[in-house]
Design a protein around this ligand. Structure first.
Ligand code: FAD
Ligand code: NAG
Ligand code: NAG
Ligand code: NAG
Ligand code: NAG
Ligand code: NAG
Length: 366
């Protein structure tokens, strides 16, 4: 029986807690989740990335320059996909909806050939390359596959509820502690008999209180749309990459308890641009591209914008870090730096982290 601390209550921290409590082999007596931000807060902090996400699963072919991390992260997405299937089947309140996904590329790089690892018919359900006749103007390549969308804020609440429910069912004493940690060493003061600390702090909070120097934010501004009428995007999520490097995407946010769905129209990918205020220029550019690519989402020739979202994807040079570090205070398992993929990799990251934890306990295989 052990005491476990998880730093962070975003999709990574909560998925780790969920899988920890779901694992029959890992016996936990006490679980501390320590975070500055939890699901359900209003207003949502710009530092709490998870609540700002789309979120959908958009697979990608491995790029030659980052093949190693792509292969690892792509594997996380496939495991997550399976888990999302199970959860969607059992828990409608998770908001996960399976549907078609399409990628359109005006200027596809070589690895978008429909065969490459991570992006082909053997590794994705219902994967097809679209014929030229089905491509919008100026698009050189298009791919369709099965994917899912979810309502990020509602999904986070679902995860937290599951963590509470499982703690009760397994007689685990759960403490959700809202605080800003000055450093990681503080965790060991709060949890003085911790057998492990999971570092799911997004940007990688360090022992000395700073963050991982390899971490950086990628700003994402998106529009939350009301779409009162029926469109094909009820069952379809689309990502369009133009030849200038602009990304335009539509992601359904399924509604709960009969509430109308919303749609995310995005978006920007701005490296090291830290402005939390919605930029009017960005909004105008998104609307201009959306008008051409997704006109069905408009009402009387206008998008009904309910809110402008600004979030910061916790990226990291060299890719995400999922790693065991042995310190004099005890083992730390790092699980951060998932960039724009925290939801689609969540259960894969949790699985990897818990395997590392199992190793520290001398469990060879989980
Ligand atoms: C516009 C946009 C669209 C996106 N779309 C998608 C998508 O379609 N699919 C997808 O998979 N991903 C998407 N993402 C990315 C996804 O949101 C992130 O990868 C994910 O949220 C990262 O989760 P996390 O748990 O690592 O970090 P976070 O959600 O940021 O959580 C970090 C946690 O650590 C806590 N914390 C940090 N520092 C401290 C401290 N010092 N003391 C105490 N607590 C601390 C925070 O309070 C928080 O609880 C999108 C992101 C944006 C911005
Ligand atoms: C700390 O944990 C270990 C193993 O989990 C247990 O044997 C020990 O009794 C605990 N000590 C305290 C003070 O709780
Ligand atoms: C398809 O992708 C999978 C998973 O990345 C990879 O293992 C496999 O080699 C790829 N298949 C082909 C035919 O390239
Ligand atoms: C639950 O845990 C508490 C404290 O660890 C213990 O006293 C109690 O006997 C446990 N109950 C069951 C049903 O295991
Ligand atoms: C989190 O990750 C950072 C980045 O490497 C690390 O330096 C820090 O010690 C970690 N914090 C915790 C609490 O594990
Ligand atoms: C996006 O399109 C605009 C023109 O609307 C252009 O100025 C910009 O360079 C493009 N690329 C990126 C990455 O934003």
């Amino acid at each position: 029986m052990s005491t476990v601390a998880i730093v962070g209550s975003g999709v990574i921290g909560l998925s780790t807690a969920y899988e920890l409590l779901s694992s029959p082999n890992l016996k936990v007596k006490q679980l501390h989740i320590i975070a500055q931000h939890f699901p359900g807060e209003s207003p949502i902090s710009h530092e709490y990335t998870s609540a700002w996400a789309g979120a959908h699963f958009r697979p990608f072919p491995h790029r030659p320059e980052t093949f190693e991390s792509d292969a690892r992260e792509s594997k996380y997405t496939r495991l997550t996909y399976k888990r999302m299937r199970e959860i969607a089947a059992h828990f409608p309140e998770s908001t996960i909806e399976f549907m078609s996904g399409i990628d359109y590329l005006e200027n596809p790089t070589l690895e978008y050939d429909g065969q490459s690892p991570g992006f082909n018919a053997t590794s994705l359900e219902e994967f097809v390359e679209l014929p030229e006749s089905a491509l919008p103007q100026a698009v050189q390549a298009g791919f369709q596959y099965k994917t899912y969308c979810l309502n990020a804020p509602e999904y986070l609440e679902f995860l937290q509820n599951q963590v509470c429910r499982l703690s009760r069912a397994r007689n685990v004493s759960l403490e959700l502690k809202r605080m800003t940690l000055q450093s990681l060493s503080q965790v060991f003061e709060i949890c003085n008999n911790c057998s492990v600390v999971f570092n799911c702090s997004g940007r990688g909070l360090q022992f000395d209180g700073s963050y991982d120097v390899k971490s950086f934010g990628i700003r994402g501004q998106t529009l939350l749309l009301q779409v009162p009428h029926d469109t094909k995007y009820k069952k379809l999520t689309v990502t369009h990459q133009d030849k200038n490097g602009n990304w335009t995407f539509v992601i359904k946010r399924p509604g709960l308890h009969g509430k109308q769905a919303r749609y995310i129209l995005g978006g920007t990918k701005q490296v090291n641009y830290n402005n939390v205020t919605p930029s009017e220029m960005d909004t105008t550019a998104i609307i201009e591209r959306g008008r051409v690519l997704f006109p069905e989402l408009m009402v009387q020739n206008k998008f009904l914008v309910e809110r402008i979202n600004v979030g910061f994807r916790p990226a990291r040079v060299g890719g995400s870090r999922v790693e065991l570090e042995k310190t004099s205070r005890g083992p730390i398992i790092h699980a951060y730096g998932l960039g724009g993929m925290g939801f689609e990799t969540s259960f894969g990251v949790a699985d990897h982290s818990l395997k590392l934890y199992g190793q520290t306990l001398g469990l060879a295989k989980l």
